[in-house]
Design a protein around this ligand. Structure first.
Ligand SMILES: [Zn+2]
Length: 68
């Protein structure tokens, strides 16, 4: 077998492994930090954890000032 072909196959396998690993980490990270300041267009209230629109200046649940 050609060494170049072996290298190409090894690279493809590595890339696949890395991709699935990063997907797993991303899924886990979300659950580990439910009070993240900002995720995908919404702002978490630092006071009660309620998800608000990033355009809102105040929490719709408790009325606390939102960061940003
Ligand atoms: Zn709140």
């Amino acid at each position: 077998m050609e060494p170049l072909l072996l290298f190409a196959i090894a690279t493809a396998i590595l890339a696949g492994l890395l991709a699935s690993l990063s997907i797993l980490r991303r899924g886990r990270g979300k659950k580990e930090n439910p009070f993240a300041v900002s995720t995908e267009g919404e702002t978490r209230c630092p006071n009660c954890g309620m998800g608000n629109m990033w355009t809102d200046g105040r929490c719709i649940s408790c009325g606390a000032d939102l960061p940003g």
